[in-house]
Write a protein that binds this ligand. Sequence first.
Ligand SMILES: [Zn+2]
Length: 384
Amino acid sequence: QPRTAPSNMNSMESENLPRRFAFDGPMGDVIEQHLNDDIRSARLSRKFKIYYRLRPWLPIFLRQRLQRKRNRGMEVDADWYLPKDFIHDWRQAVSDVLAQQSAETLVIHPWPEPYQFASVLTHDVETWEGVKLVPALAELEEKLGFRSAWNFIPYKYNIDAGMLDDLAARGHEIGIHGYNHDGRLFESRGTFNRRSGPINDALDRYRSIGFRAPMVHRNLTWLQQLNIQYDASCFDVDPFQAMPGGVGSPWPMIVGRFVELPYTLPQDHTLLIALGETTPRIWIDKLAYLRRMSAMAMLITHPDYLDTQTRLNVYHAFLEHLSEQSDCWFALPKDVADWWRQRDASRIDSATNQITGPASSQGRPIALRELFVQSDSHDHRTHS
Ligand SMILES: [Zn+2]
Protein backbone atom coordinates (compact mmCIF):
# COMPACT_ATOMS: atom_id res chain seq x y z
CA GLN A 1 0.00 0.00 0.00
CA PRO A 2 1.54 3.33 -0.93
CA ARG A 3 1.65 5.90 1.83
CA THR A 4 1.78 9.61 1.30
CA ALA A 5 4.90 11.48 2.30
CA PRO A 6 3.33 13.56 5.10
CA SER A 7 1.93 10.56 6.98
CA ASN A 8 5.26 8.77 6.65
CA MET A 9 6.89 11.81 8.16
CA ASN A 10 4.40 11.84 11.03
CA SER A 11 5.12 8.26 11.92
CA MET A 12 8.88 8.89 11.73
CA GLU A 13 8.51 11.92 13.99
CA SER A 14 6.52 9.88 16.49
CA GLU A 15 9.13 7.15 16.45
CA ASN A 16 11.79 9.78 17.18
CA LEU A 17 10.06 11.10 20.30
CA PRO A 18 11.84 10.12 23.51
CA ARG A 19 9.94 7.09 24.76
CA ARG A 20 10.46 4.91 27.79
CA PHE A 21 8.62 1.72 28.62
CA ALA A 22 7.63 -0.34 31.64
CA PHE A 23 10.54 -2.73 31.14
CA ASP A 24 13.94 -2.65 29.45
CA GLY A 25 15.69 -5.10 27.17
CA PRO A 26 13.82 -7.54 24.90
CA MET A 27 10.56 -6.91 26.80
CA GLY A 28 10.87 -3.18 26.20
CA ASP A 29 11.63 -3.93 22.54
CA VAL A 30 8.32 -5.79 22.20
CA ILE A 31 6.41 -2.86 23.74
CA GLU A 32 8.22 -0.43 21.42
CA GLN A 33 7.55 -2.50 18.33
CA HIS A 34 3.82 -2.68 19.08
CA LEU A 35 3.68 1.06 19.81
CA ASN A 36 5.30 1.67 16.42
CA ASP A 37 2.68 -0.56 14.81
CA ASP A 38 -0.02 1.60 16.40
CA ILE A 39 1.62 4.82 15.22
CA ARG A 40 1.77 3.47 11.65
CA SER A 41 -1.85 2.24 11.70
CA ALA A 42 -3.43 5.24 13.45
CA ARG A 43 -4.91 6.94 10.37
CA LEU A 44 -8.42 7.43 9.19
CA SER A 45 -9.57 5.82 5.98
CA ARG A 46 -10.82 8.14 3.25
CA LYS A 47 -14.34 6.88 3.95
CA PHE A 48 -14.17 8.00 7.58
CA LYS A 49 -12.64 11.39 6.66
CA ILE A 50 -15.60 12.02 4.36
CA TYR A 51 -18.01 10.74 7.00
CA TYR A 52 -16.73 13.23 9.60
CA ARG A 53 -17.14 16.08 7.12
CA LEU A 54 -20.75 15.08 6.46
CA ARG A 55 -21.53 14.14 10.04
CA PRO A 56 -22.87 17.56 11.18
CA TRP A 57 -25.63 17.27 8.56
CA LEU A 58 -26.61 13.69 9.32
CA PRO A 59 -29.50 13.20 11.74
CA ILE A 60 -28.48 11.35 14.90
CA PHE A 61 -30.66 8.28 14.17
CA LEU A 62 -28.87 7.83 10.85
CA ARG A 63 -25.44 8.18 12.49
CA GLN A 64 -26.40 5.55 15.05
CA ARG A 65 -27.80 3.24 12.38
CA LEU A 66 -24.58 3.51 10.35
CA GLN A 67 -22.51 2.77 13.46
CA ARG A 68 -24.64 -0.24 14.40
CA LYS A 69 -24.44 -1.58 10.88
CA ARG A 70 -20.67 -1.29 10.93
CA ASN A 71 -20.34 -2.93 14.35
CA ARG A 72 -22.65 -5.83 13.51
CA GLY A 73 -20.92 -6.38 10.19
CA MET A 74 -17.58 -6.76 11.93
CA GLU A 75 -16.27 -10.26 12.35
CA VAL A 76 -14.36 -10.57 15.59
CA ASP A 77 -13.05 -13.57 17.49
CA ALA A 78 -14.72 -14.47 20.77
CA ASP A 79 -11.64 -13.16 22.61
CA TRP A 80 -11.31 -9.98 20.52
CA TYR A 81 -10.65 -7.97 23.69
CA LEU A 82 -7.28 -9.63 24.28
CA PRO A 83 -4.25 -8.27 22.34
CA LYS A 84 -3.25 -11.70 21.03
CA ASP A 85 -0.30 -10.62 18.86
CA PHE A 86 1.19 -8.63 21.70
CA ILE A 87 0.65 -11.48 24.20
CA HIS A 88 2.42 -13.88 21.86
CA ASP A 89 5.47 -11.63 21.43
CA TRP A 90 5.47 -10.70 25.10
CA ARG A 91 5.52 -14.31 26.32
CA GLN A 92 8.39 -15.07 23.98
CA ALA A 93 10.41 -12.10 25.26
CA VAL A 94 9.76 -12.94 28.93
CA SER A 95 10.76 -16.56 28.49
CA ASP A 96 13.89 -15.53 26.55
CA VAL A 97 14.92 -13.15 29.33
CA LEU A 98 14.23 -15.74 32.03
CA ALA A 99 16.15 -18.42 30.13
CA GLN A 100 19.18 -16.21 29.57
CA GLN A 101 19.51 -14.63 32.98
CA SER A 102 22.56 -15.71 34.97
CA ALA A 103 21.24 -14.29 38.23
CA GLU A 104 17.69 -13.44 39.26
CA THR A 105 16.58 -10.33 37.31
CA LEU A 106 14.99 -7.72 39.55
CA VAL A 107 12.63 -5.04 38.27
CA ILE A 108 10.67 -2.30 40.00
CA HIS A 109 7.15 -3.63 40.47
CA PRO A 110 4.82 -1.70 38.16
CA TRP A 111 2.67 -0.54 41.12
CA PRO A 112 3.19 0.93 44.56
CA GLU A 113 3.34 -1.33 47.59
CA PRO A 114 1.22 -3.43 48.29
CA TYR A 115 -0.69 -3.54 45.00
CA GLN A 116 -0.54 -6.17 42.28
CA PHE A 117 -2.32 -4.16 39.60
CA ALA A 118 -4.17 -0.87 39.11
CA SER A 119 -7.59 0.23 37.92
CA VAL A 120 -8.68 3.61 36.63
CA LEU A 121 -12.26 4.64 35.91
CA THR A 122 -12.78 7.38 33.33
CA HIS A 123 -15.78 8.92 31.59
CA ASP A 124 -16.09 10.93 28.42
CA VAL A 125 -19.13 13.19 28.54
CA GLU A 126 -20.40 13.38 24.97
CA THR A 127 -23.52 15.56 25.07
CA TRP A 128 -25.51 17.95 27.21
CA GLU A 129 -27.82 14.99 27.98
CA GLY A 130 -24.78 13.18 29.35
CA VAL A 131 -23.77 16.18 31.48
CA LYS A 132 -27.12 15.95 33.24
CA LEU A 133 -26.49 12.28 34.11
CA VAL A 134 -23.07 12.96 35.69
CA PRO A 135 -24.14 13.62 39.31
CA ALA A 136 -26.15 10.37 39.63
CA LEU A 137 -23.36 8.29 38.09
CA ALA A 138 -20.78 9.88 40.37
CA GLU A 139 -22.99 9.05 43.33
CA LEU A 140 -23.32 5.41 42.24
CA GLU A 141 -19.52 5.15 42.16
CA GLU A 142 -19.06 6.89 45.48
CA LYS A 143 -21.43 4.46 47.20
CA LEU A 144 -19.03 1.67 46.19
CA GLY A 145 -16.00 3.70 47.30
CA PHE A 146 -14.81 4.75 43.83
CA ARG A 147 -13.76 8.07 42.36
CA SER A 148 -13.19 8.65 38.66
CA ALA A 149 -12.03 11.05 35.97
CA TRP A 150 -14.63 13.00 33.98
CA ASN A 151 -13.56 14.27 30.58
CA PHE A 152 -15.58 17.20 29.27
CA ILE A 153 -15.71 18.65 25.75
CA PRO A 154 -14.71 22.32 26.13
CA TYR A 155 -16.34 23.77 22.98
CA LYS A 156 -19.55 21.82 22.47
CA TYR A 157 -21.98 22.33 25.36
CA ASN A 158 -22.25 24.60 28.34
CA ILE A 159 -19.95 23.51 31.14
CA ASP A 160 -21.24 24.23 34.60
CA ALA A 161 -18.17 25.28 36.57
CA GLY A 162 -20.06 24.66 39.80
CA MET A 163 -20.60 21.01 38.94
CA LEU A 164 -16.90 20.59 38.09
CA ASP A 165 -15.87 22.17 41.39
CA ASP A 166 -18.27 19.89 43.20
CA LEU A 167 -16.88 16.77 41.49
CA ALA A 168 -13.33 17.84 42.33
CA ALA A 169 -14.27 18.56 45.95
CA ARG A 170 -15.67 15.02 46.22
CA GLY A 171 -12.34 13.57 45.04
CA HIS A 172 -13.00 13.13 41.31
CA GLU A 173 -10.75 14.38 38.54
CA ILE A 174 -11.60 16.63 35.59
CA GLY A 175 -10.05 16.06 32.16
CA ILE A 176 -10.47 17.51 28.69
CA HIS A 177 -12.08 15.55 25.87
CA GLY A 178 -10.95 17.11 22.61
CA TYR A 179 -12.10 20.43 21.17
CA ASN A 180 -15.69 20.11 19.91
CA HIS A 181 -15.87 16.36 19.17
CA ASP A 182 -16.50 16.67 15.43
CA GLY A 183 -14.05 13.91 14.48
CA ARG A 184 -11.78 16.38 12.66
CA LEU A 185 -9.19 17.28 15.31
CA PHE A 186 -6.51 15.21 13.55
CA GLU A 187 -7.63 15.75 9.93
CA SER A 188 -4.58 17.95 9.31
CA ARG A 189 -1.72 19.46 11.24
CA GLY A 190 -3.21 22.90 10.50
CA THR A 191 -6.52 22.00 12.15
CA PHE A 192 -4.75 20.52 15.15
CA ASN A 193 -2.49 23.58 15.49
CA ARG A 194 -5.44 25.98 15.35
CA ARG A 195 -7.31 24.03 18.01
CA SER A 196 -4.41 23.29 20.36
CA GLY A 197 -4.38 26.85 21.76
CA PRO A 198 -8.05 26.81 22.79
CA ILE A 199 -7.61 23.27 24.18
CA ASN A 200 -4.69 24.48 26.29
CA ASP A 201 -6.87 27.39 27.49
CA ALA A 202 -9.51 24.87 28.57
CA LEU A 203 -6.93 22.71 30.37
CA ASP A 204 -5.93 25.84 32.25
CA ARG A 205 -9.47 26.97 32.94
CA TYR A 206 -10.57 23.64 34.40
CA ARG A 207 -7.19 22.97 36.10
CA SER A 208 -6.87 19.72 34.15
CA ILE A 209 -3.68 17.84 33.42
CA GLY A 210 -5.19 15.04 31.32
CA PHE A 211 -6.58 14.67 27.81
CA ARG A 212 -8.48 12.12 25.77
CA ALA A 213 -9.14 12.68 22.09
CA PRO A 214 -12.67 12.17 20.74
CA MET A 215 -13.19 8.81 18.99
CA VAL A 216 -9.69 8.04 20.33
CA HIS A 217 -8.15 9.49 17.19
CA ARG A 218 -4.52 10.18 17.97
CA ASN A 219 -1.16 11.47 16.83
CA LEU A 220 1.36 11.28 19.64
CA THR A 221 3.62 13.86 17.99
CA TRP A 222 0.96 16.53 17.56
CA LEU A 223 -0.37 15.85 21.07
CA GLN A 224 2.99 17.08 22.41
CA GLN A 225 1.64 20.61 21.87
CA LEU A 226 -0.84 20.19 24.70
CA ASN A 227 0.08 21.25 28.23
CA ILE A 228 -0.72 17.89 29.78
CA GLN A 229 0.80 15.42 32.21
CA TYR A 230 -0.96 12.50 30.56
CA ASP A 231 -2.85 11.52 27.44
CA ALA A 232 -5.35 8.66 27.46
CA SER A 233 -6.21 8.31 23.76
CA CYS A 234 -4.41 5.02 23.06
CA PHE A 235 -5.76 1.51 23.67
CA ASP A 236 -4.17 -1.91 23.97
CA VAL A 237 -6.71 -3.47 21.60
CA ASP A 238 -10.05 -2.25 20.24
CA PRO A 239 -11.14 -3.49 16.82
CA PHE A 240 -14.28 -1.35 16.99
CA GLN A 241 -12.55 2.02 16.57
CA ALA A 242 -12.66 4.02 13.36
CA MET A 243 -8.94 4.77 13.64
CA PRO A 244 -7.30 1.34 13.77
CA GLY A 245 -4.30 0.32 15.81
CA GLY A 246 -3.58 -0.80 19.35
CA VAL A 247 -0.41 -0.46 21.41
CA GLY A 248 -0.76 -3.97 22.86
CA SER A 249 1.02 -3.12 26.09
CA PRO A 250 -1.24 -2.73 29.14
CA TRP A 251 1.16 -0.47 31.07
CA PRO A 252 1.64 3.29 30.97
CA MET A 253 4.56 4.62 28.93
CA ILE A 254 6.48 7.86 28.67
CA VAL A 255 6.03 9.48 25.25
CA GLY A 256 7.82 12.80 24.86
CA ARG A 257 6.54 15.23 27.47
CA PHE A 258 3.64 13.17 28.84
CA VAL A 259 2.69 9.79 30.21
CA GLU A 260 0.49 7.77 27.87
CA LEU A 261 -2.23 5.82 29.68
CA PRO A 262 -3.84 3.36 27.27
CA TYR A 263 -7.35 2.16 28.00
CA THR A 264 -7.45 -1.60 28.37
CA LEU A 265 -11.09 -2.51 29.02
CA PRO A 266 -13.67 -2.40 26.20
CA GLN A 267 -15.80 0.74 26.05
CA ASP A 268 -19.37 0.64 27.36
CA HIS A 269 -20.67 1.55 23.93
CA THR A 270 -19.02 -1.51 22.39
CA LEU A 271 -20.18 -3.98 25.02
CA LEU A 272 -23.62 -2.71 25.90
CA ILE A 273 -24.84 -1.25 22.63
CA ALA A 274 -22.89 -2.69 19.71
CA LEU A 275 -22.66 -6.21 21.16
CA GLY A 276 -25.75 -6.06 23.37
CA GLU A 277 -24.04 -7.64 26.39
CA THR A 278 -26.25 -7.79 29.48
CA THR A 279 -23.58 -8.85 31.99
CA PRO A 280 -20.07 -7.57 32.77
CA ARG A 281 -18.49 -10.96 31.88
CA ILE A 282 -16.12 -9.53 29.25
CA TRP A 283 -14.92 -6.75 31.58
CA ILE A 284 -14.40 -9.34 34.33
CA ASP A 285 -12.48 -11.69 32.05
CA LYS A 286 -10.25 -8.87 30.78
CA LEU A 287 -9.67 -7.69 34.34
CA ALA A 288 -8.36 -11.17 35.25
CA TYR A 289 -5.88 -10.99 32.35
CA LEU A 290 -4.76 -7.51 33.42
CA ARG A 291 -4.27 -8.71 36.97
CA ARG A 292 -2.08 -11.59 35.75
CA MET A 293 -0.03 -9.04 33.80
CA SER A 294 0.32 -6.70 36.82
CA ALA A 295 -1.11 -4.14 34.44
CA MET A 296 -3.41 -1.13 34.37
CA ALA A 297 -7.14 -1.69 33.90
CA MET A 298 -8.47 1.54 32.44
CA LEU A 299 -12.15 1.80 31.59
CA ILE A 300 -13.97 4.40 29.48
CA THR A 301 -17.68 4.72 30.07
CA HIS A 302 -20.02 7.52 29.08
CA PRO A 303 -22.90 8.83 31.18
CA ASP A 304 -24.62 9.34 27.81
CA TYR A 305 -24.73 5.57 27.20
CA LEU A 306 -25.28 4.49 30.83
CA ASP A 307 -28.78 5.91 30.46
CA THR A 308 -30.92 2.83 31.08
CA GLN A 309 -31.31 0.76 34.23
CA THR A 310 -30.10 -2.38 32.42
CA ARG A 311 -26.85 -0.72 31.35
CA LEU A 312 -26.35 0.88 34.75
CA ASN A 313 -26.83 -2.54 36.35
CA VAL A 314 -24.00 -3.99 34.25
CA TYR A 315 -21.68 -1.15 35.23
CA HIS A 316 -22.70 -1.48 38.87
CA ALA A 317 -22.10 -5.25 38.83
CA PHE A 318 -18.64 -4.69 37.36
CA LEU A 319 -17.80 -2.09 40.03
CA GLU A 320 -18.91 -4.52 42.73
CA HIS A 321 -16.59 -7.15 41.30
CA LEU A 322 -13.78 -4.61 41.06
CA SER A 323 -14.26 -3.48 44.64
CA GLU A 324 -13.58 -7.07 45.78
CA GLN A 325 -10.07 -7.00 44.28
CA SER A 326 -8.10 -6.33 47.43
CA ASP A 327 -4.75 -6.25 45.58
CA CYS A 328 -5.89 -3.56 43.15
CA TRP A 329 -4.86 0.08 43.39
CA PHE A 330 -8.01 2.13 42.71
CA ALA A 331 -6.42 5.23 41.28
CA LEU A 332 -7.19 8.39 39.39
CA PRO A 333 -5.30 8.85 36.12
CA LYS A 334 -3.37 11.81 37.56
CA ASP A 335 -2.12 9.57 40.39
CA VAL A 336 -1.04 6.86 37.96
CA ALA A 337 0.79 9.43 35.81
CA ASP A 338 2.53 10.79 38.89
CA TRP A 339 3.56 7.35 40.14
CA TRP A 340 4.75 6.36 36.66
CA ARG A 341 7.09 9.37 36.54
CA GLN A 342 8.52 8.38 39.92
CA ARG A 343 9.01 4.78 38.83
CA ASP A 344 10.54 5.91 35.54
CA ALA A 345 13.07 8.10 37.36
CA SER A 346 14.13 5.27 39.71
CA ARG A 347 16.58 2.39 39.36
CA ILE A 348 17.51 -0.74 41.23
CA ASP A 349 20.95 -0.44 42.75
CA SER A 350 22.78 -3.60 41.69
CA ALA A 351 24.93 -3.59 44.82
CA THR A 352 22.10 -3.38 47.37
CA ASN A 353 19.11 -4.62 45.30
CA GLN A 354 17.24 -1.60 46.64
CA ILE A 355 15.41 1.10 44.69
CA THR A 356 17.13 4.44 44.39
CA GLY A 357 15.15 7.47 43.24
CA PRO A 358 11.72 8.97 43.85
CA ALA A 359 9.95 5.55 43.88
CA SER A 360 12.13 4.27 46.73
CA SER A 361 9.53 4.82 49.43
CA GLN A 362 6.42 3.42 47.67
CA GLY A 363 8.00 1.02 45.20
CA ARG A 364 9.41 -2.45 45.65
CA PRO A 365 11.87 -4.60 43.74
CA ILE A 366 10.51 -7.91 42.50
CA ALA A 367 12.04 -10.84 40.63
CA LEU A 368 10.91 -10.92 37.02
CA ARG A 369 10.12 -14.62 37.39
CA GLU A 370 7.80 -13.91 40.28
CA LEU A 371 6.07 -11.02 38.50
CA PHE A 372 5.27 -12.91 35.31
CA VAL A 373 5.07 -16.54 36.32
CA GLN A 374 1.27 -16.40 36.00
CA SER A 375 1.00 -14.30 32.86
CA ASP A 376 3.43 -16.60 31.08
CA SER A 377 1.01 -19.47 31.45
CA HIS A 378 -2.16 -19.89 29.43
CA ASP A 379 -5.03 -17.64 30.19
CA HIS A 380 -7.43 -20.10 31.72
CA ARG A 381 -4.92 -21.88 33.94
CA THR A 382 -5.79 -21.58 37.60
CA HIS A 383 -3.30 -20.44 40.20
CA SER A 384 -0.76 -23.02 41.24
ZN1 LIG B 1 -16.19 11.09 23.04
